[in-house]
Design a protein around this ligand. Sequence first.
Ligand code: UD1
Length: 418
Amino acid sequence: MERLVIVGGNRLEGELRVSGAKNAVLPLIAATLLTRKPCVLEGVPDLRDVAVMMEVASFLGAEVKKEGESLYIHPAGAASREILPPLMRRLRASNLVMGPLLGRWHYFKVAYPGGCAIGSRPMDLHLKGFVAMGASIVEKQGFIEAKASRLRGADILLDFPSVGATENIMMAAVLAEGVTLIRNAAREPEIVDLQNFLNKLGARIQGAGQDVIRIEGVKELTGASHRVIPDRIEAGTYLAAVAGTKGKVFLRGARYDHMAAVIAKLREMGARVEEDPAGIRLEAEGRLKAVDCRTLPYPGFPTDMQPQIMALMTTAKGTSILCESIFENRFRHAAELKRMGADVKIEGKIAVINGVSKLSGAVVEATDLRAGAALVVAGLMAEGVTYVEGVHHLDRGYERMESKFQSLGAQLTREREG
Ligand code: UD1
């Protein structure tokens, strides 16, 4: 087991290049299973989640090879349509193969997926969409099995704009007969990226980024090459760390238009944030101010940035109220922040954070990916040494985190525990 050792208190300053977005790459890899032709994804980050998704694609018969930031996938041989529990449980996003398998083979049998322990995370919306398109679904003994003799376009209204359900239904609909409409669709930039990639493959999709997506089924797809969008959550995490250490940064490649809600909150807290054609600049001085914040589907404030903003609130001047409206169990970092001296009270979906003048280093545990990110931000802000255990969670979603932070002047190293 490894842990991070952070000597806090350094002002972070410098320039960083943002990596490709984890949450865009995972559905893109799944989407390649819809074609027989070779595909190339560029700007693919080195992350554990990406490596597991590559294993999933290769288990399903695709040839997968990563060279630097380029990922080559040749799905011609893809043949298996079944995935057993050990592989499915390693990654929540493994459920994104359901749409492509159903679309291309009209059949899949997959074990329930794993992923971050941040809530019950059901898949009813994905499955309702498949049923509306003509699939029959059986859930038993830990597996979901879907069959369809024909897959037909359908008019589907999502009860909630789920990212995964929108992506899965989009992918299933690409090769279906006729037109599919997804209403109350999720509008995240990663969904627009998926539309752009699928359209390069020959799909006919329009509307991603708005709340109705229209997919006109086509007979078959070709191959394509595609550059993945930058990771707005990675970028937001670095902006938070720099704001919390009263620093200054230029994030090369960060997309301002994808990060409006996070930037608005950081500004409200007192940081100066500027758009630049090549990225985003942030500079912060003095103590940040308390704010209220509620997580919402895009373009609202992302739940994946909620733990990091809570870390900033712990030393902001005044009382902040943070409402988590997407996941029901996503405050596990609060208990760890309290070990560092934070004053946080949780009542259901609401956290009340009274800003203290400083945090102190402590031994804390990352319970999931973004909780881990919050603890790193807090450790960098704190006085003294913080040990963050459970680093494997961070490796799922942050590429070269230590060297990126070190390049900004942070004292952050990895060591074996014990
Ligand atoms: C994706 C992101 C994840 C992010 C989340 C919300 C990827 C790979 N992961 O996860 O990082 O935190 O969006 O922005 O892109 N729900 C249902 N039934 C369903 C599906 C979802 O009730 O069938 C609920 C979930 O329990 C949750 C909410 O909808 O409360 C949002 O989930 P969803 O948008 O589906 O998240 P994911 O796609 O799993």
